[in-house]
Design a protein around this ligand. Structure first.
Ligand code: MSP
Length: 653
């Protein structure tokens, strides 16, 4: 038996952000339609997706939530899997970068690259401000101090591993220029060559030591592997590369398509090929950088006035409506917009008027004229030839478009046939044939319509996952449903099937009513988000840890009299005061109050001072305490002063 040709397609692995909106479903729905189409074409398909779970950001979020990081991510990953289930995403494997086999393989890959000299140890140099935990470059420093707090900084070198990217620059340029298919659509090639490759590739810093939520570098475990190296290698570790069983890798690699959003094309068309070159692994056949689904001008979900929650849209309007919109609306490769109105119009126009009405009209006529049984064709007419030719050429057009990843065009080729079938009803006027008693011609017309609809439903299966089955049920062809495009030829359906009317596949929506309902959902969402935020704020109040009196007593507070005050040079916010605290000497205290008080305002005032605070140097001045102020949420400051005259040094309790 001839072995099936393989087809390996991947989505990027998703950050477990938990903020799922329809934009995040875009890559996955597109890949799903391609994977299903290829399966029906007879390919042995492997469709990979998953989650990208390491890194500082997710660690921080989980810490803020007070949940162990892996437990925190597990919950989100389950939600994402539920979403893919709802959208009928037919992935063959879901990889998590926290999977044991992946972590082991990443460590092996890192070791190999190090052993062969592609990774070397060096250091990352910067000026470090310990209280702010920040690195600064020399030019960012203000008077040699931390630009944020004005304190002294130290020159620190963070030890890091680097990958010799520069070494592969010329080969990558060649790869992109000589294989126009490798990076698509073509605009992405110019972007990569001109913006990144021609200016020169720097060696890439591929390890971090400041946090440990990642794959540990095997020979130096205080380092974790840079998150993009960890993430990109998922495409091969998912197939068993670097494990004891790499049979899937041998079978499916190289990938046929890495589908990615345009913002991560650089990682996939430069860093990923460089890594593969270093590992001596063949290049993927294609990296495709699609555009964004925009909400207004925004890539993200926080748009006003539109429902972007895929769960709500699917539950209210059906999975097929959302899948259809995503596949059809945006010119593939470019950015496109989502609006509630555009979504509803696609449902009413393409899905309800064109597709659903065609099916229900046809089924109703078979019931009315032939007692529900699809008749055998009989008397032919020249008009049938045109219809049949249009139907028979559809698969060629659709598969051509799919091959080029012209996805909306592929759907358009199907809708051309749907509209042709609707027109055929008008042209043949079956009601008139019935009236004339011309059953011989009427039976041909009804057979042609049913057969056309069966073929349309067959080819729709990769795109819409619910409607084709409903159509087959209405036509009574459940047993004969094709799971491949073989036998898609017109005329292969046997007459005699029993049709059943049932419910319409799509019902016409009152757009204004739906828009109002959508607005209401949004209002409720906004109110719920507000309530959640308020609850979180009030939680915070409770969460500030209580302290005992013994701890409070450690803080010494005294009344001080400001004797002198001046601005600190080149520091807009700072005043430097000399304050009498009844100690027989004046203390120097630097305070960030210059926006609200002038030196003249300060002299002669009584203030409250924390006197036992460790002295710190601010802008080169040793500050020996802190003047207390109240501040509001906008950062407005007001000095705290005793309400009656008190001597310098009076204790505050
Ligand atoms: N974790 C990385 C990918 C690592 S792959 C080795 C990442 N994750 S992501 O969660 O931010 O994005 C996953 C996919 O969703 C990307 O292809 C991204 O472009 C896509 N989208 C997220 N929002 C989108 C839109 N609004 N529109 C279209 N796709 C967008 O990047």
């Amino acid at each position: 038996m001839e072995e099936k040709k393989k087809f390996y397609i991947t989505t990027p692995i998703y950050y477990p952000s938990g903020h799922w909106h329809i934009g995040t479903c875009y890559t996955t729905i597109i890949c799903d339609a391609i994977a299903r189409f290829k399966r029906m074409q007879g390919f042995d398909v492997f469709y990979l997706t998953g989650t990208d779970e390491h890194g500082q950001k997710i660690l921080k979020v989980s810490q803020e939530a007070g949940v162990p990081v892996k437990d925190y991510i597990d919950g989100i990953v389950n939600e994402l899997k539920d979403l893919w289930k709802l959208l009928d995403i037919s992935y063959d494997k879901f990889i998590r970068t926290t999977d044991d086999y992946h972590e082991k393989a990443v460590a092996k890959i890192f070791q190999k690259l190090y052993d062969q000299g592609d990774i070397y140890k060096s250091s990352y140099e910067g000026w470090y401000c310990t209280p702010c935990e920040s690195f600064w470059t020399k030019t960012q420093l203000v008077d040699g101090k931390c630009p944020d707090c004005g304190r002294d900084v130290q020159l620190m070198k963070e030890e890091s591993y680097f990958f010799k990217m520069g070494k592969y620059q010329d080969r990558i340029i060649k790869l992109i220029e000589e294989n126009p298919d490798f990076l698509q659509p073509p605009t992405r090639q110019n972007e990569m060559i001109n913006n990144f490759l021609k200016p020169g590739l720097q060696d890439l810093c591929v390890s971090r030591t400041s946090f440990d939520w990642g794959v540990k570098v095997p020979f130096d475990p205080k380092h974790v592997v840079y998150v993009w190296i960890d993430a990109l290698t998922n495409y091969i570790t998912a197939l068993g590369y670097g494990s004891d069983d790499d049979s899937l890798f041998k079978k499916y690699w190289p990938a046929d398509i890495h589908m990615v959003g345009k913002e991560i094309v650089r990682f996939h068309s430069i860093i990923w090929p460089a890594l593969l070159m270093a590992l001596d692994i063949p290049m993927p056949k294609k990296v495709y950088g699609h555009g964004w689904l925009l909400f207004g001008n925004d890539k993200m979900s926080k748009s006003k006035g539109n429902i972007v929650d895929p769960f709500i849209l699917c539950n209210n309007y059906g999975v097929d409506s959302l899948r259809y919109f995503m596949l059809r609306e945006v010119s593939f490769g470019q950015d496109g917009s989502y609006t509630n109105e555009a979504f509803l119009k696609r449902i009413n126009g393409d899905l309800c008027n064109d597709l659903s009405n065609l099916v229900s009209r046809t089924v109703a006529m078979v019931e009315q004229y032939f007692g529900g049984e699809i008749p055998a064709p009989n008397v032919k007419d020249a008009i049938d030839d045109d219809l049949i030719a249009t139907i028979d050429s559809m698969y060629g057009e659709v598969s051509d478009n799919m091959e080029k990843l012209y996805i909306p065009e592929a759907l358009e080729s199907i809708w051309k046939v749907i509209r042709r079938l609707n027109k055929y009803i008008d042209e043949t006027a079956p009601w008139a044939l019935n009236k004339e008693g011309n059953k011989d011609r009427l039976s041909t017309v009804m057979y042609n319509l049913c057969e056309g609809i069966r073929i349309v439903a067959t080819i729709l299966q990769p795109f819409l996952t619910k409607s084709p089955a409903k159509i087959f049920e209405k036509l009574g062809v459940e047993d004969g449903v094709l799971t491949s495009f073989d036998g898609l030829k017109f005329g292969t359906m046997n007459p005699g099937n029993k049709v059943s009317k049932g419910e319409n596949i799509f019902t016409r929506l009152d757009i204004n009513k739906e828009l109002a309902a959508m607005d209401k959902i949004l209002e409720e969402q906004v109110a719920a988000a507000k309530a959640k935020q308020e609850a979180a704020t009030s939680d915070n109040v409770v969460k500030v840890p209580e302290i005992g009196i013994e701890e409070f007593e450690k803080v010494q507070l005294k009344v001080g009299k400001v004797v002198e005050c001046q601005k600190v040079e080149k520091a807009d916010k700072l005043l430097c005061s000399k304050i009498d605290l009844g100690e027989g000497r004046l203390r120097t205290i630097v305070s960030g109050i210059a926006k609200y008080y002038t030196p003249e305002d300060m002299v002669g005032r009584s203030v409250i001072v924390v006197t036992n605070l460790k002295p710190v140097k601010l802008r080169g001045i040793l500050s020996e305490g802190m003047v207390l102020c109240a501040s509001d949420e906008n950062g407005k400051l007001a000095l705290i002063t005793p309400s009656a005259d008190m001597p310098a040094g009076a204790e505050v309790r």
